[in-house]
Design a binder for this molecule. Structure first.
Ligand code: AMP
Length: 478
């Protein structure tokens, strides 16, 4: 299919697509839309960034427009489950963008915001509900929502939902849905547990998948600093001050929310403006801080892994792992926040004695040894002047070969997706560094690993604004 016309989508949808400047369907859209329009279940392997939101949203919108039924109170016709608030918000925005001429109602049910507004938004029923599983169940248990009128179920980023421990919630939700429904199931990967879940939820599904092509290898200079745990705050201050000339925006990861707040305090004490974003912050606070970070008003942002999933910011020059993640994949997700859009980035990780095992797991996963400096007591080496050696690439070990990403459908440079993750990586032959240059202070060196990153939503995407806190947004035919 080389144009959207061939799908026979309802005119208001076609008009919205033209306004969005969507001309050519992406491969996942070409595969999914015709099947889903017919009403078949679909199981799709596709990463975010491939255009899969439109692949499920368009046929669903088309079908609910073709068969409008009065909405019952406290019900929804379309239920979209997504792992994070931020992704949920983006999905809602997509539905509203594509359905802007279609007289549809849509709302969010996500945690981190007061329930009252969501309860009110559901009072008269809603066409489309985009939800994270926990809040959805809270609303169901609180009698604010019944799921017996759901005609369409979408599971987005199913693998991530499992990673985040939502499996029981998902099973509970599915048990409350009508058996007669259409289910569209998307996952970036298809491990056994996901395939089993899909097997239980889908009826005679059509399979679709896209394998993204290689993008230009984004380059991330990686370093590890071995440090005593108690010395991390001072080391961070030293690092941020030392790198300030090349640092546009730094994203600093801590393992816990409390840890994030502590880092902010110590930076503020050292005169470095910083803010934290994590699950204890309200949605409003998170949005305000993110906007300031995006605009450059704050250059240092501290985040936990979960909070960082929604961070969709270009121009992050540095990622600092104040704490190393205990899940090695998280390291790859984290450092993928930098070096977007062809830029280069620096990823520096602090490793204390307790984190050695995490580092080993990470190096095994990325199949490379990360250049390191020892700054533990008794090994006083200045951070900026360390000798960098090139990482030793490990051939044919660890994970199997990688899927790669496709360029953006509209041809713009592909960037790292907010909650997305380079699940796959490719060891590359490092280039020779000119003598005397040190990592993190030059922009054209490579220390080894180039990552195939998952799709990204561009910060400048033309998307409609959603209401504050994601309350019901109505789009009427104009
Ligand atoms: P998604 O994978 O759904 O998050 O989409 C990734 C990005 O591609 C979003 O910014 C979409 O607005 C955009 N997009 C999706 N489909 C198309 C298309 N057919 N043409 C142009 N842009 C698209």
């Amino acid at each position: 299919m080389t144009s959207f016309q061939g799908f026979g989508l309802a005119e208001p949808l076609a008009r919205a697509l033209a306004e969005e400047n969507y001309v050519t369907p992406t491969p996942i859209q070409t595969q999914t839309i015709p099947i889903a329009i017919e009403g078949r279940d679909v199981i799709g392997i596709a990463q975010t960034g491939t255009g899969k939101t439109a692949a499920f949203a368009l046929p669903i919108l088309h079908r609910i427009m073709a068969n409008r039924t009065p909405l019952e109170k406290k019900s929804c016709r379309v239920l979209v489950l997504s792992p994070t608030r931020e992704l949920s918000g983006q999905i809602l925005e997509s539905f509203l963008a594509y359905g802007r001429h279609a007289r549809i109602s849509a709302t969010l049910a996500i945690g981190g915001v007061p329930m009252g507004k969501q309860v009110r938004a559901l009072q008269n029923g809603v066409d489309i509900l985009v939800a994270t599983p926990g809040r959805l169940l809270d609303l169901v248990r609180g009698n604010a929502l019944r799921l017996n009128k759901v005609d369409f179920l979408v599971l987005d980023e199913a693998d991530r939902m499992l990673d985040m421990g939502f499996i029981h919630d998902i099973r509970q939700v599915v048990a409350k849905l009508p058996k007669e429904r259409q289910t569209l199931f998307f996952s970036a990967t298809m491990p056994q547990a996901i395939a089993e879940l899909a097997g239980q939820m889908l009826r005679n599904p059509a399979s679709v998948s896209v394998t993204p092509q290689a993008s230009t290898a984004e380059r991330i200079v990686q370093r590890v600093i071995h440090v005593d745990r108690g010395a991390k705050p001072a080391m961070l201050v030293e690092l941020l001050k030392g790198e300030s000339e090349t640092m546009d925006r730094a994203l600093i990861f801590t393992r816990t929310k409390h840890g994030a707040d502590k880092v902010v305090k110590s930076l503020l004490k050292a005169g470095i403006p910083a803010e934290a974003i994590h699950g204890n912050k309200s949605q409003n606070q998170r949005e305000r801080v993110l906007a300031a970070f995006r605009q450059g008003a704050i250059r240092t942002l501290i985040a936990t892994d979960i909070a960082a999933r929604g961070i969709d910011v270009d121009g992050i020059s540095h990622v600092v792992n104040f704490d190393l993640p205990n899940i090695p994949e998280s390291y790859v997700h984290r450092i993928g926040r930098t070096a977007r859009a062809g830029a280069e980035g620096v990823a520096i990780s602090f490793c204390d004695a307790d984190e050695r095992a995490f580092l080993r797991d990470i190096e095994k996963l990325i199949r490379a040894q990360i250049p390191s400096t020892d700054r533990r007591t008794g090994n006083p080496q200045p951070v900026a002047a360390e000798e960098h050696h090139r990482p030793r690439q490990q051939q044919n070990r660890g994970r199997p070969s990688q899927q790669q990403r496709r360029p953006r459908p509209d041809g713009a440079p592909r960037q790292q997706r907010p909650d997305g993750a380079p699940r796959q990586q490719q060891a590359q032959r490092p280039q020779q560094r000119p003598q005397g240059q040190s990592a993190g202070t030059t922009s054209n060196e490579i220390t080894g690993v180039a990552f195939m990153q998952r799709g990204a939503r561009r910060a400048d995407d033309r998307r409609p604004q959603r209401g504050e806190n994601g309350e019901t947004a109505w789009r009427r035919k104009s």
